[in-house]
Design a binder for this molecule. Structure first.
Ligand code: RIB
Length: 305
């Protein structure tokens, strides 16, 4: 039986333009292309975990519009259980994304239906949580829901992962005790810890602070520099495979989903991090959020250049 992962979070339709560079305030740029692509950090992590070997359930909300049907259909096409994806009387979440010629992006999200994912909805689908091995949350749904889901996960004895994205401020202090793995990027680690994170040494200091705040283990993703693992006893740096980046959208989501799938399958932490990193590296070589996420056989076939 494949390991079971439940993702509690957002589904967004990504409205993606490519432009030579990101626009400055007040500036109009001529774009090169436009596409609508299924995304949302929650849904992306669910797709990553499913393509990378886990049996996945999604808990979330979509709007009663055409995007809602498309977002649900994209998950069903990956054999993701959507019994806990509710359709609500609102617009689906959207993300306005610009990707530039250096593969960097800028994203504005509008929560829409994601705002209807309340703690009561989590409780309504308690059986889905109970049947899981690993629970993953992010921050594109209401804070009260995330806090509730983390605590339920801890009470049920599940492995609880929080990817605190997007984050621009500290997390509620009482969340930390429920988190087994906290997986921020550099800017999120800085927002949570109140410390600058711009080098491996500063990432170690921030990770130590986050563990002192109560997180079980911390993995700070460092983009092309790989990731830093901390468990309160020491640190390990995992360099990233080198690839030519086309679009970094959903690279973090691919890492989180891949790491969770590997961990749930009983793979060691270190190998689960390496596995997630190969999956994330492959994702940046392709455009878009969900379309860029590799399969298990893609990762197994990967050879470092
Ligand atoms: O992490 C990438 C995702 O962030 C995009 O798919 C977009 O929907 C935003 O939520």
């Amino acid at each position: 039986m494949p390991a079971k992962v439940v993702v509690i979070g957002s589904l967004n339709m990504d409205l993606v333009t490519r432009a030579p560079r990101l626009p400055r305030g007040g500036e109009t740029l001529i774009g090169e292309s436009f596409a609508t692509v299924s995304g949302g950090k929650g849904a992306n992590q669910a797709v990553a975990a499913a393509r990378l070997g886990a049996q996945v359930s999604m808990v979330g909300c979509v709007g009663s519009d055409a995007y809602g049907e498309e977002l649900r259909g994209a998950l069903l096409a990956e054999q993701i259980d959507c019994q806990a994806v509710s359709t609500v009387d609102d617009s689906s979440g959207v993300a306005l994304i610009v990707v530039d010629d250096n593969s960097q992006n800028a994203i504005v999200i509008v929560a829409g239906a994601n705002g209807a994912l309340t703690p009561e909805v989590i409780d309504r689908f308690g059986a889905v949580l109970r049947a899981s091995d690993v629970i993953i949350c992010q921050l594109e749904v209401p804070d009260a829901t995330v806090g509730h889901a983390l605590k339920r996960g801890r009470e049920l004895g599940k492995t609880v992962i929080l990817n605190p994205a997007p984050a621009s401020r500290p997390l509620p202090a009482d969340w930390y005790a429920s988190i087994d793995y906290l997986i921020p990027n550099e800017s999120e680690a800085s927002a949570l810890s109140g410390l600058p994170v711009d080098s491996l040494a500063s990432a170690e200091t921030a990770a130590s602070r986050l563990i002192a705040m109560g997180a079980g283990k911390v993995i700070i993703t460092l983009g092309a520099q790989g990731s830093l693992f901390a468990n309160g006893k020491g640190f390990e740096h995992f360099p990233a495979p080198k690839v030519k980046a086309v679009d970094t959208t959903a690279a973090g989501d691919t890492f989180v989903g891949g790491f969770a799938a590997a961990l749930a399958a009983g793979i060691s932490e270190a190998d689960a991090i390496r596995f997630g990193q190969v999956a994330a590296a492959l994702s940046v070589t392709r455009a878009g959020a969900q379309p860029s996420i590799p399969t298990l056989s893609d990762v197994q076939a990967f050879k470092a250049p």
